[in-house]
Ligand binder design. Structure first.
Ligand code: ASP
Length: 316
């Protein structure tokens, strides 16, 4: 593949916040090409040969970690996985100590997931290499928003002018925050739907609509993005019971019928079937883009790795 002239020239990808629309579009263009590569039998390039990528996960993850690992390997990088939760952090090492230790090993890219909002940005200030935020607390998950945008663009042909509903546990969701920022930057309309206890505070002025009645919120939308009920981030009770939550906010065919007839169903995973989404809707290949999202994830992460290693690969 020829060396592309990517305009995305930042050192880190810490969030969608602050990115220009053209930077997002640049990453999506590049990712589009990787989707095609990933469908071929021979999918390995040597663009990142000689570079070291460390996946540093302070919080468990299956799909995001695997996706970043595949992305790095397909570009020819040496990829190392570190699950810090089980080692140093238990022994009292601070985040800065971890950063300094890693710095001394000269990695070229750090992919970091952390349970605290802002922790990835803090770490980025103490290392010399590129840092990618793979999810920090309930703050941001930029590669998820990029892969969601790629999925929508490929299925719907555009993003500008579409109405996207983001439904469920908005309060605890880094996926929702990154998606809202990205969708608005690319000209989509955004509706947030959830119980009053789980809606996002402080979004007045963002230009989003808020709904507590799911049926009203879904009316006429082009995309329905469901969110996982993140019980691990909840202290106390935000929903009366899972059964009641499913009744009011679970996506069923019955509620989906109010959206536009070809509305796309999405979920970042992992899914709680029968809690935020009916399993039958999730498995409906005509409506659900959930597996497309997983596929797009690898391509988007390849695009991001490529963009962020531009300088390490000798670019200016
Ligand atoms: N996998 C996504 C995240 O890491 C969504 C979720 O966990 O519900 O935020």
């Amino acid at each position: 593949m020829p060396e592309p002239d990517l305009a995305f020239r930042r050192q880190h990808l810490l969030g969608i916040e602050g990115l220009e629309a053209w930077e997002i579009l640049d990453l999506l263009e590049r990712a589009d090409a990787y989707v095609e590569l990933n469908r071929q039998t021979a999918k390995k390039l040597d663009l990142l040969r000689g570079l070291t990528q460390v996946n540093l996960f302070f919080e468990t993850s299956t799909r995001t970690r695997t996706s970043f690992e595949l992305a790095g390997k397909r570009l020819g990088a040496d990829v190392v996985n570190m699950s810090v939760g089980v080692s140093a952090i238990k022994k009292g090492e601070t985040l800065i100590d971890t950063a300094m230790t890693l710095n001394a090993m000269h990695p070229d890219v750090l992919v970091v997931r952390h349970h605290e909002s802002g922790a990835v940005a803090l770490l980025a200030r103490h290392v010399r290499c590129a840092v990618i935020n793979a999810g920090d607390g309930s703050h941001e998950h930029p590669t998820q928003a990029l892969l969601d945008a790629l999925t929508i663009r490929r299925r719907k042909g555009r993003i500008a002018g579409l109405t996207v509903a983001i439904c469920g546990d908005l309060l605890h969701s880094r996926v929702a925050r990154s998606n809202i920022l990205l969708l608005l930057a690319l000209g989509a309309r955004v509706r947030l739907i959830g119980p009053p206890t789980l809606l996002l505070p402080h979004v007045e002025g963002w230009g989003v609509e808020m709904h507590t009645d799911m049926r009203r919120g879904l009316t006429g939308v082009d995309v329905v993005m469901m969110l996982r009920l993140q019980t691990e981030r909840m202290q106390g009770s935000y929903v009366p019971s899972v059964r009641e939550y499913f009744h009011y906010y679970g996506l069923t065919y019955d509620k989906l019928a109010l959206a536009s007839p070809d509305a796309l169903v999405m979920h970042p995973g992992p899914m709680n079937r029968g809690v935020e989404i009916d399993g039958v809707v999730a498995d409906d290949i005509d409506r659900s883009a959930i597996l497309d999202q997983v596929e797009m994830g690898v391509a988007v992460r390849m695009a991001v790795l490529e963009a962020l290693t531009h300088r390490a690969r000798g670019g200016n």
